[in-house]
Design a protein around this ligand. Sequence first.
Ligand code: HEM
Length: 198
Amino acid sequence: MSKLVEVMQVVIDDIPEQARFSTADAEVIIQHKDYLLGLEDALVQGFYDTLFAFDRTRDVFHEGERPARENSLAKWWQRTVQGPFDEGYWAWQTYVGLLHIKRGVSNPMMISMWSWVLDLLSSRIEEADWPSAEKNALNGAFQRMAAMTEALIGDSVFRFYLQGLMEATGFNQKLLDRMVQNEIDQMLEANAQYRLEH
Ligand code: HEM
């Protein structure tokens, strides 16, 4: 098993089964793929307008890169609404996450743009002429997809960072865990006013 697939599996295993992207989620997305494919232009345009309207996200891009990135997002969307949602799909999301990390895209940037995507989808799903149970199922499917992808990207950043640190310093995981625990204990103690009263 490759390191990437290993990390992916560890992350997915931590998601409670009831909250995990399911075969029913995959089915409801694929069932509505024609409608969803029709949202491509609005999604791509709005997504990149948002990123280019803010200096920190705009600064991630090279001069003249936008058309190529719009094309990547369009391809991602086409694959994302047609499935299949197999191991290859989630491995691809993890890989795409690594490409973003390499370009300096932070977790806050990634997570907030996922939220932007979910907002756009829910407003367009609301406009459709389907029973509300169907709309809820579709919104839920995209929410679980977002959570899974965000978990894969966020956690792989952390795990690959850790791996790099261990290789560079010769520290083992136990030692690092202890150092982190100490740091957290100090932080908790210094900020104990935020603790709920028991
Ligand atoms: C919902 C969130 C996002 C999705 C689904 C997404 C999707 C993608 C995909 C599919 C690619 C192409 C990967 C390839 O070439 O194989 C890509 C590349 C890229 N994206 Fe995103 N993206 C997201 C968020 C962002 C954000 C927030 C930024 C910047 C602030 C960003 C900047 C980039 C850049 C710079 C590349 C080129 C990476 C490279 O050097 O190859 N993306 N994205």
